[in-house]
Design a protein around this ligand. Sequence first.
Ligand code: NAP
Length: 246
Amino acid sequence: MKIDLSGQLAIVTGASRGIGAAIARLLGACGAHVVINYKTNESSAIKVMEMIKASGGSAEVAGFDVTDEDEVKVSIKSIVENHGKIDILVNNAGISKDGLILRVRSSDWDDIINTSLKGAFLCTSNVVRYMIKARYGRIINISSVVGLGGNAGQGAYAAAKSGLIGLTKSLTKELGPRGILVNAVAPGFIDTDMTKDADHKSVVAMIPLGRVGLPEDVAGVVLFLCSEIGSYVTGQVIVVDGGLYI
Ligand code: NAP
């Protein structure tokens, strides 16, 4: 069986690098037209687009800051009106700035919450009007195992990622009757720029599968949730962590 997303339009936020880039590549390989969002890294976003096109897919880049209400509104309106539809939104953009609670600056707190949580709210609220009209949509929020279990030194990040789970479950109830499925994916430790300074060896020692995750490990689960075979799954938080968090 081949997963076919031909004719579908997908927006992936924070897709210039890491997990978002892998999601964009996989959705593109399965036939979706992918909008690769980035904040600052235009050249990386263009490389992701070129990779998709080189393997026969279709994609474009869209630079906007998911924390900026006006930018999100204008960009999403233009993308959706240009294509006449929006089928898939992956709220992936996120940042981490770790620190024990006594040292967390309120500006860092705001940046973390605004990127993961407010960004997802802004992008979602701007796509759902179109999804409701079409009575179809798939929204996937990239949370974290830290949003489920917490982590010392990651209070703000955990709050943002737990918040995404609450948003996912509420929107499942609100939008399910309109044909829109909303799920969260909670990665464990994935090898990206975000984790490049961590001690990989000590993390691997805690992972039953004996390796860190790859962006492609997360992308596969997102693809399942976007596809026809995931059409009775909504309101779930799917952990992708090699058994780290059980
Ligand atoms: P990454 O390699 O640091 O990439 C982050 C991406 O987010 C980049 O494309 C970046 O764009 C984009 N971004 C940041 N702020 C943005 C904003 N305000 N507006 C639009 N885009 C923005 O991170 P990653 O590891 O792939 O993480 C992706 C998601 O997975 C995040 O939500 C993260 O919290 C989550 N996650 C990661 C892990 C992990 O172990 N890596 C584990 C659990 C959850 P630019 O390139 O333009 O800066």
